[in-house]
Design a protein around this ligand. Structure first.
Ligand code: ATP
Ligand code: MG
Length: 253
């Protein structure tokens, strides 16, 4: 479980996160939604320790990040898997080398152990025939799978994904969402996903944090989001014709 208490983050005197408090639960797909520029990536990078909030607390299963010693921070960092926006694979490395990279960086596993773990996670994301391919030789959806395999290879307790299905067709996007949800439940991971995709909200919105201009405007799950009267949420949902209709159908039931 990750607990955030009143975090604030500014850049050049411009406040981007304006006192956000929330809880991201373990074994759940926790979504951060909101319009472009609302602060989703800044929040995720704050969890990752890339940005340091000027006030507030981030607590990882009882460990307050800002109070940890450097070696404890490093240890915590090895418990986090990250899927960056746009996959961010190493172009000159094969799929298997990409996935093995965090193991070589963060563990002392021998070659046989690395190979066994890489085989296992590639099989888990249904890519067992792609070991020796380069990222440029596989599709966008497959690249996302490689990024997910790389993010989970170290058996993370926490998995952060920034727009994991952007740029994919709707079917492939749904497959990726469902894969992340399955992995989250199977390995009891605390997963946080940035998205502005209403399909993701409907498919995997166990817990949804809605950001507006750096403020938590609403929080709830995928059923509640279609029933709420919250004006900001309604405007966000209504910005898609399809989901306006879905919301109206929900409300009629
Ligand atoms: N390193 C930075 N320095 C200065 N300003 C920044 C920095 N990173 C983000 N910002 C600003 O913070 C605001 C929120 O950005 P953020 O990237 O978190 O938005 P987002 O919700 O992830 O949007 P998108 O959906 O487009 O990815 C933006 O106004 C952005 O310009
Ligand atoms: Mg972003």
């Amino acid at each position: 479980m990750i607990e955030i208490k009143n975090i604030e983050k500014s850049f050049n005197g411009n406040k981007i996160l304006k006192g956000i408090s929330t809880v991201f639960e373990t074994g759940k797909t926790n979504l951060i939604i909101g319009q472009s520029g609302s602060g989703k990536t800044v929040l995720l990078k704050s969890l990752l320790g890339i940005h340091t909030p000027e006030s507030g607390q981030i607590c990882f299963d009882g460990r307050v990040y800002s109070e940890l010693e450097d070696d404890e921070k490093r240890e915590l960092r090895t418990e986090i898997g990250m899927v960056f926006q746009g996959s961010a694979l190493f172009d000159s490395m094969t799929v298997a080398e990409n996935v093995a990279f965090p193991l070589k960086m963060f563990t002392r596993d021998n070659r046989a152990a690395v190979k066994e773990r890489v085989d296992f996670v590639l099989e888990r994301v249904a890519l067992k025939d792609a070991h020796d391919k380069l990222p440029s030789e596989i599709s966008g959806g497959m690249q996302k799978r490689v990024a997910i395999a790389r993010a989970i290879v170290n058996k993370p307790k926490y998995l952060f994904c920034d727009e994991p299905n952007s740029g994919l067709d709707p079917n492939t996007a749904t497959l990726i969402d469902n894969l992340i949800k399955e992995i989250t439940e199977e390995y009891d991971i605390t997963t946080v996903i940035n998205t502005h995709d209403m399909n993701s909200v409907m498919e995997i919105g166990d817990n949804i944090l809605f950001l507006k201009n750096g403020i938590k405007a609403w929080q709830g799950n995928k059923d509640e989001i279609f029933k709420t009267d919250n004006e900001d949420v309604v405007a966000f949902v209504y910005s898609s014709n399809l989901f306006r209709k879905v919301r109206e159908a929900y409300l009629r039931e």
